[in-house]
Design a binder for this molecule. Structure first.
Ligand code: FMN
Length: 346
């Protein structure tokens, strides 16, 4: 299946695995790229030197192109002490055991770390950098000078238009069905609306777990798909077995959209922790302050496998994820099924 997205990177299938923080580490990224898609490293949870090492680990396994995800809102790239002080104060109040669980994975709570990530990524020059929450023009220009393409992950037509104007090369439009941070418009109405308003290639995201989703995305005008949740259920993904099994066995009604984790709406499994948060009716602290309080919840889920008190992002596509599948097989199976559907419809 040739599209503008496969042509842009010289890849076989227009299937991109999402840069899921913690979940998408070198083994998953390399497996997806090796299979002819494009893997994206969940770059946000690596301190700069660890990020450099993880990129080297990908390159030691595959020579195929891959992507790295970064978050570059001003609140993370700023040097302003006044902005960081409340975040550090909230972080200092956390139980030391909980803080300890995040040792090594706290770049979003470490002033200067995100700028360090930027230097590492510019230096390593992956084929693609995927930006979430913000797409700063000067960073995009610097990427282009180094031959790096840039994509922006958006959840609305307004954001898509702004990202195109900022100079990105590719858009990822994610419907509310998606796991992790997400907007309020469904994938079905969002993709055609974005495709109508921009001239860049668009990847569809949110609720896509198989070739039926890829075929539908193509019918809506997308040049490919960006898939998160389906790849959690793969042996290459990082995460506790209990979390992966929950994705395999879960139904979409078990999910909720919560601000408990970062203060921004995020789709995840509803459990005792998210319910307790919603019932408390507490206002979340401004980003990334809320993450200083709740970031360790992901470790409770991913490291300890605690399904009741951990934070486990997942999308509505879980209802049709039935087994753990090697990531390369997910890519090849999705491509083959979409080809079959599209040719039978023709
Ligand atoms: C476990 C998990 C972690 C995620 N982490 C990130 C992240 O660090 N950065 C990001 O831009 N998106 C993140 N997302 C969102 C994905 O990039 C992607 O847009 C989404 O998973 C697509 O929808 P789907 O889950 O239905 O496939 C995450 C999603 C999941 C499920």
């Amino acid at each position: 299946m040739k599209t503008r997205a496969t042509e842009m990177f010289g890849i076989e299938h227009p299937i991109f695995s999402a840069g899921m923080a913690r979940v998408a580490q070198a083994p998953l990224v390399a497996a997806v790229s090796e299979a002819g898609g494009m893997g994206c490293l969940g770059g946000v949870s690596f301190l700069p030197e660890a990020l450099r090492a993880e990129i080297e680990r990908i390159r030691a396994t595959t020579s195929k192109p891959f992507a790295v995800n970064l978050l570059l809102p001003d609140s993370l790239t700023s040097d302003d002490d006044d902005q960081w002080r409340p975040v550090r104060e909230l972080w200092a109040q956390l139980d030391p055991t909980d803080r300890g669980k995040m040792a090594g994975v706290e770049p979003l709570l470490t002033p200067g770390a995100v700028r360090g990530q930027v230097e590492v990524v510019l230096d390593a020059a992956p084929a693609l950098v995927v930006l979430t929450f913000a797409a700063p023009g000067d960073f995009i220009e610097e990427c282009h000078r180094r031959g790096i393409k840039v994509a922006a992950l958006v959840g609305s037509t307004g954001r898509a238009i702004a990202a195109e104007q900022a100079g990105v090369d590719l858009l990822i439009a994610q419907g509310t069905e998606g796991g992790g941070h997400t907007g309020y418009t469904g994938t079905l109405p969002l993709i055609p609306a974005v495709v109508d308003r921009v001239s860049l290639p668009v990847l569809a995201a949110g609720g896509i777990v198989d070739g039926r989703g890829l075929a539908a995305a193509r019918a809506l005008g997308a040049d490919g798909v960006w898939v998160g949740t389906r790849f959690i259920a793969s042996p290459e993904a990082f995460g506790h077995e209990a979390f992966k099994q929950r994705v395999v066995q879960g139904e979409s009604r078990e999910l909720t959209l919560t601000r408990a984790y970062t203060g921004k709406p995020l789709r995840a499994f509803r459990n005792r922790w998210t319910s307790q948060w919603e019932e408390s009716a507490t206002q979340p602290a401004a980003f990334p302050g809320q993450y200083a309080v709740a970031g360790m919840r992901v470790e409770t889920g991913y490291q300890d496998g605690d399904l009741e008190w951990g934070m486990m992002p997942a999308g509505q596509g879980i209802s049709s994820v039935y087994e753990l599948t090697p990531a390369g097989d997910i890519v090849r199976g999705m491509a083959a099924q979409a080809d079959e559907i599209l040719s039978s419809l023709a």
